[in-house]
Design a binder for this molecule. Structure first.
Ligand code: KG4
Ligand code: ZN
Length: 328
């Protein structure tokens, strides 16, 4: 079964064709990062206009790369939330129009659920029950997954998401946008020797990163002028503080819940230092999709849709965007 997935929830225009929920036939991502970088963050109106310009060429390119025509596609899936409403509308309407024109089933997908399903791509077969750590620009969730489509959110961020913390920290350090890759690059050869706080929130599976960001701001203000060596040390210390909290809490929650595996996903899961930390501190099996499948893409949308479709879930043309959608 081949599913065409569409993803336009934020600033990536993406279309992919995936076979049987795991084999990627094509995975095209047109990033708007250069357009938004000059503003230091995503401008929603600019994002939706850019999706409108890019979506049809990206869709054609994905079908061309997968060597499929509409006759070879069995269903069309699209993210309907969470995300920016103007951006989501582009993908949802292109999916609806294509489904109607081609007489194909339409499947609306929760973007957070799709991040988890990046773990099923390229032949990987996770075990249930598993604990999913979704760490993206807008979310930091710990989700217990007992079987396909069955979730219980056990933890979330109480303020900034981990990716948001990376983006804000990078701005404070003058490292540009997007912050995660910029901090990771700056931190590469530096020692995390600066003292920064960790919000453990003991007794809770929630996260909090806004205090860490404020502490970094205070360090920078105290320092006055910034030289490259100090910025690298600060980037490494800031990254280490985020990683330690994410990994320590996820591992402790996984052990307490008695799951068989931890699945990481979302843009922050692309961070190699986070992967190394898990490798040296996690005694449970864990899986991280390769970096290009952690950040926003449409292959994960198609993978998730495969399991929903198998369970008999399809949508009708009343499918609408839900910008504040959660996973629960
Ligand atoms: O999942 P994603 O691509 O989009 C959302 O659904 O939000 O995540 C984007 C977030 C951004 O905040 C970005 O700074 C962060 O993921 N990110 C990283 C890395 N690559 C992307 N954070 C840390 N290290 C990275 N290598
Ligand atoms: Zn995402």
């Amino acid at each position: 079964m081949r599913i065409l997935g569409i993803e336009t929830s934020c600033d990536e225009t993406a279309v992919a064709v995936v076979e049987d929920g795991t084999k990627i036939l094509s995975n095209v991502v047109a990033s708007q990062v250069d357009i938004h970088a000059r503003y230091g963050g995503i401008v929603p109106e600019v994002a939706s206009r850019q999706h409108m310009l890019t979506i049809l060429p990206v869709l054609k390119h994905a079908m061309f790369q997968a060597k499929v025509s509409w006759q070879d596609v069995d269903a069309i899936a699209t993210t309907f939330g969470p995300g920016l409403s103007g951006s989501l509308l582009v993908g949802v309407n292109v999916a609806k129009a294509s489904a109607l024109a081609q007489g194909l089933p339409l499947i609306g997908i929760n973007h957070l659920e799709a991040h988890i399903y990046a773990n099923w791509l390229e032949g990987n077969q996770p075990f249930f029950p598993c604990l999913c750590l979704i760490v993206s620009g807008g979310h930091s969730d710990l989700v217990l997954m007992s079987e396909h489509g069955k979730y219980q959110r056990v933890g979330r961020t109480r303020d900034d998401a981990a990716g948001e913390a990376f983006d804000k920290g990078a701005r404070i350090l003058g490292l540009g946008y997007p912050g995660g890759p910029a901090i990771e690059a700056a931190a590469k050869d530096a020692v995390p020797s600066l003292s920064l706080p960790r919000a453990w929130l003991r007794g809770s599976d929630d996260f909090s990163f806004s205090g860490l960001k404020t502490a970094l701001l205070h360090l920078v203000q105290k320092r006055g002028s910034l030289d490259a060596a100090w910025v690298a040390e600060a980037a490494a210390s800031f990254q280490q503080a985020i990683i330690e909290v994410l990994a320590t809490k996820a591992i402790a929650t996984a052990k307490r819940l008695g799951v068989r595996q931890i699945l990481l996903s979302g843009g922050v899961a692309a961070n190699r230092a986070l992967g190394s930390y898990f490798a040296s501190h996690c005694s449970l099996p864990f899986h991280i999709p390769r970096p290009g499948l952690c950040t926003d893409n449409a292959a994960m949308i198609a993978a998730c849709a495969y399991y929903r479709f198998q369970a008999g879930v399809v949508d009708d043309y009343s499918l609408d965007v839900v910008p504040g959608l959660i996973i629960s």
